[in-house]
Every structure is written in structure tokens, then in C-alpha cells.
Design a binder for this molecule. Structure first.
Ligand code: SF4
Ligand code: SF4
Length: 440
């Protein structure tokens, strides 16, 4: 039985501009800037010297701890210097610039086929780590860590997140339409690695072609046990905790993780990349990005090399800076503002939006309407939490479960006073994390 999670909203979908546009490769970038910190955890350590020739799929920086993954060159060419690119959160970070020789020569290690059926769970986990896989729905948590739940945590459901509930974005929709078999094969590999046979795919019911593709792939692969469940369109249906509740009726406890309810969640793009890594030795060097919004004349769903600069993609899509008021990395609800074009596509980048509405810099006092409270899918008091963030009262914010905020942006979306509620709560969470790490 499907359930409806508490709160949530139904913003305009705005997916029509790219809904009928199949995937195509972006034009080759003249260079890429590949960041060492595209994942949650420790940045990867550079292992290439300036001037060295590199091949596509070659490791250029290695994992520097358990919660870390390597990064690989997404083009063949010449390594230049370490440059600075902007993190989606706004700060600058190190990246290796590689000039593209246009030959697209793969590293020989990235051309080996394997038989996934012959591999043990440990071997799959190691391959996934070496391929640099992270959660590609935006969370960017290293995939190999999620595939190794701690002792005592038993996973009985592999949940494939195919919701793509953010307005404007159709990257996952098209990945499913064109690569449904690989996605299901990847999900099967992940499920086997954590020792479960139950696979549940949850998607919003606004993707009928993707749904049909997945069902056809299930039949072709004789995976009759895979449950593919369409859900009503309601934001944030694709948030892990809301998806788990809607599909399985399990509630992730406050401060807990999906694995506390026996569930492992992976996005469709991660499942696809997992199969590519295991069956074809392909490290993560490209991903699908939706470039759209009224500020571009030629919206597109593009296969984009990791490290491609935002300016290159926007130019390809007919960027009109004169009418664009806001650039976002990601969707309009959870996306981060792009301050300039120093942003390079990372493993977690699913969209680039050029919006023409005026940026909301002016906000008014809270009128106590409680719309943010009614809409919050986590049952929080966003108006109160945002006041605490504005006042810098981190301790009280922690008492009122600021950490449980999933940063879905529903509160800011519904607020008639246009208060930047989620931004203050993000600040609170960052401060609480900083205080926790300095106290260690
Ligand atoms: S407080 Fe957090 S979880 Fe609640 S609506 Fe706002 S952003 Fe979403
Ligand atoms: S929605 Fe805005 S105005 Fe209404 S209670 Fe929340 S913060 Fe206040």
C-alpha cells in the first residue's frame, strides 16, 4: 500500500522544455577542471604532475581515507595546473585543469569487460570504490561506504530512487528511457552486495515512458520480483525519508539513516554508473545534466564530461545573460545559486538552471501564517528555526531538531513574506557541524 508523506507542495513542473529531448553528448570542452572534492568526505589526493599526458578514465587523484573516492580524467589530454573552481555551496576548491586533445582515448584499464555474476560482494564494493562512484542524485556520499553497512545493520530492501521530483529536471527521466536495462542490472548488483533480493523502484507518475521502459527491461531480464511503483507527483517525493515512508511505510528515526529501517537507497544514475563500472570497468567520467530555464534558448539533456565549465554548457544551450536573473546548480527547490561561471560540473550535478524571475533579496517579517509548518515534510517549525538561525542561537536550534531538516526548500517556497527560511536553517546546520568537529 502506498502512503502519502506529511506536508509537501505541488509546484509547477516546468519540465516541458526538455521532456521530449533525448540525451545527446555535449560538445567537447576545450579543457576540464576536475575537482578533488566532488564527494562528501575527504578530498582525493592528486597523483598527476603538471605536463603529464592523461587518458580518459585514468585516475588523477586517489581516495584519501575510507569516506573518500578517487577521481578520474574525463578527457584525454595534458594535465596543466591546479586551478580553483566553485563548490555548489559557494566556496572555492582545488581542481586539476586538463587540456582536451580531442582524441578521447580511453585508458586501457577502462576497456576491460567483466562478468558481474562471477564477482563476490567484496569485489563489487572494491570496483565501485575504484570507479569513484558517489550518490548522483545530489548527495554525493561515496557509494562503496553505503554498500558496507555496519555490523548489526541488516538491509532487506534496495530502494531505487527514480522520483526526480524537482521541477525543470528531466535528466533521470531520459536516463531511464534510454538505459533501463543497465539501471536494473546495477540495482541488482547493489542488492546482491548488501545481501537482499528485494528491489523497489519508486518514481513519480509523470514519467510514463520511463515507467514503460523499466517494465520492459524487467521483463527482458526476467527480474519479475523487482517492484516498480509509480507515486503521485508531490514535492519532495524523492527525498529519501519521504520515499521510504511512501513506498514501504517505514519511518527513519530523528537523526537516523535509511539503513536504520533496513533500507538502502540509490538514485537511478548511481545504479547506471554502478553497472558501467562493474561490467565494463568504466570509472565515473560523465553524467547527464539538464540545462534549461527561460534564460537559455536551446534547453537540453546532455551527457556532460565531469569537470566541464558551466559557461561552456550554457553557451552551447543559447544562454541569454541579459534576461537571466538567477543561475542555479540543481533544481529550483534545492538548487544552489551559482555566483559566477567558475562552476565545473561535478559527479552530483544533475541540472543547471537559468531563471528569469528577479532574485528574492527582499523579505518581510513573519506574519505567523504557519504555512511553512503545514508544508514541512519533516514536521519541524521552520519559522522558529529560521528565527534562531537569524539570531545565531545554534544550541536552541539543535534542541528543536534543526539537523533533521532535509533542506527541501518547501518552507521558503510557501512563505508569503519570502523569508529565506531554508538558507538560515542551512547556516544553522553548518554551524552545528562546525561546532561538533571543533569539539572533537
Ligand atoms: S524546515 Fe527543512 S525540511 Fe522543513 S520544509 Fe523547510 S527545508 Fe524542508
Ligand atoms: S510561512 Fe513565512 S510568514 Fe508564514 S509562518 Fe512561516 S515564516 Fe512566517
Amino acid at each position: 500500500m502506498l502512503r502519502r508523506f506529511r506536508g509537501g507542495v505541488h509546484p509547477p513542473e516546468n519540465k516541458n522544455a526538455t521532456r521530449d529531448l533525448p540525451l545527446r553528448p555535449s560538445t567537447p570542452p576545450p579543457f576540464v577542471a576536475i575537482a578533488f572534492a566532488q564527494h562528501i568526505g575527504k578530498p582525493a589526493s592528486l597523483m598527476i604532475k603538471p605536463g603529464e599526458k592523461v587518458l580518459r578514465g585514468q585516475k588523477i587523484a586517489d581516495a584519501s581515507g575510507l569516506v573518500s573516492v578517487p577521481v578520474h580524467s574525463s578527457v584525454s589530454g595534458t594535465a596543466k595546473t591546479v586551478v580553483q573552481v566553485r563548490h555548489p555551496l559557494g566556496y572555492m576548491m582545488d581542481a586539476l585543469r586538463i587540456d582536451n586533445d580531442g582524441q578521447d582515448t580511453w585508458h586501457p584499464e577502462a576497456l576491460k569487460k567483466r562478468d558481474p555474476a562471477s564477482l563476490s560482494s567484496q569485489e563489487i564494493d572494491r570496483i565501485v570504490c575504484e570507479a569513484g562512484l558517489v550518490g548522483m542524485g545530489g548527495a554525493t556520499f561515496p557509494t562503496h561506504v553505503k554498500l558496507q553497512p555496519p555490523a548489526g545493520k541488516r538491509i532487506d530492501v534496495l530502494l531505487v530512487n527514480a522520483a526526480e521530483c524537482e521541477p525543470y529536471l528531466t535528466a533521470d527521466d531520459w536516463l531511464m528511457r534510454e538505459n533501463a536495462e543497465s539501471i536494473l542490472r546495477g540495482a541488482e548488483l547493489f542488492a546482491r552486495t548488501v545481501g537482499t533480493e528485494r528491489i523497489v523502484v519508486g518514481m513519480e507518475n509523470n514519467k510514463p515512458v520511463a515507467l514503460a521502459s523499466l517494465k520492459a527491461a524487467r521483463e527482458k531480464l526476467s527480474l519479475g520480483k523487482v517492484e516498480i511503483l509509480p507515486l503521485p507527483v508531490r514535492y519532495p517525493q524523492g527525498a529519501e525519508k519521504q520515499l521510504i515512508y511512501a513506498l514501504l511505510g517505514r519511518e527513519v528515526p530523528s537523526g537516523g539513516l535509511p539503513m536504520d529501517t533496513g533500507v538502502l537507497v540509490h538514485n537511478v544514475a548511481t545504479c547506471y554508473a554502478g553497472y558501467e563500472a562493474v561490467a565494463f570497468s568504466r570509472p565515473l567520467t560523465e553524467r547527464v545534466v539538464t540545462v534549461t530555464g527561460p534564460g537559455v534558448d536551446r534547453p537540453a539533456n546532455l551527457w556532460v564530461r565531469i569537470g566541464t565549465m558551466a559557461g561552456h554548457l550554457l553557451e552551447e544551450c543559447g544562454f541569454a545573460p541579459g534576461r537571466t536573473r538567477k543561475l542555479l546548480v540543481g533544481g529550483p527547490m534545492m538548487g544552489m545559486p551559482m555566483r559566477d561561471l567558475d562552476f565545473a560540473v561535478g559527479k552530483g550535478t544533475n541540472g543547471i538552471l537559468a531563471l528569469t524571475d528577479p532574485a528574492d533579496h527582499l523579505y518581510r517579517p513573519c506574519i505567523r501564517c504557519s504555512r511553512c509548518v503545514d508544508g514541512c515534510p519533516m514536521g519541524l517549525y521552520p519559522c522558529f528555526l529560521s528565527n534562531l538561525g537569524e539570531a545565531g542561537d545554534w544550541a536552541t536550534a539543535e534542541q528543536y531538531n534543526a539537523r533533521d531538516c532535509i533542506e527541501c526548500g518547501v518552507c521558503s517556497y510557501v512563505c508569503p513574506s519570502r523569508r529565506p527560511i531554508v538558507q538560515w536553517i542551512r547556516l544553522e546546520k553548518a554551524e552545528l557541524n562546525r561546532l561538533r568537529s571543533t569539539a572533537k
